[in-house]
Design a protein around this ligand. Structure first.
Ligand code: SF4
Length: 155
């Protein structure tokens, strides 16, 4: 199979896996124009797609209407402390790098990323600290289900 490398924010693929875990495997074009609609089918047809991790604009962000000169111009209102999504996401991805022992610019296949997340799943609790415990519990369960789906395992 052709080697495919895409730039990926670590939390973007975690969001995709969580969605797989709750049965969402198809994406419609998003109102903000992000590229999940076109990227996810490729990730499903080639589970050894190589991620080159970035905390900046990734291939999901590139066509998004909030992408402005290499930064995200969107805002987050639900998490209180942060107003800039660019700042929020950078902080989130930095925590994920630390949690998983990864670094920006590192490359890894999507399947190996899944295995790594699953191996470290018990240490996920400090990542989304602004989110209620119950929501994080559901996120963990959905992530594990999404990883099993992505790796072609039955649970
Ligand atoms: S540019 Fe911002 S809003 Fe758009 S996909 Fe990227 S992180 Fe999301």
């Amino acid at each position: 199979m052709k080697k495919t490398v895409i730039q990926m924010k670590p939390h973007h693929f975690l969001d995709v896996l969580r969605n797989f875990g709750i049965g969402k495997t198809k994406y419609e074009p998003s109102q903000n124009g992000n590229a999940l609609y076109s990227i996810v089918p490729g990730l499903l047809s080639n589970r050894d797609t190589i991620f080159k991790f970035t905390s900046g604009i990734d291939d999901v962000c590139r066509p998004c209407k909030y992408h402005r000169q290499g930064k995200c111009a969107n805002t987050v209102s639900a998490h209180g402390v942060y107003k800039s999504m660019n700042t929020y996401n950078r902080h989130l991805d930095e925590k994920i790098y630390e949690w998983l022992g990864l670094s920006e610019g590192q490359e890894m296949t999507a399947s190996d990323y899944c295995r790594l997340v699953r191996n470290k799943i018990n240490d996920i609790d400090g990542i989304w600290i602004e989110v209620p415990e119950e929501e994080n519990k559901k996120r963990k369960e959905a992530l594990l289900a999404g990883i099993a789906f992505y790796l072609g395992e039955s649970r």
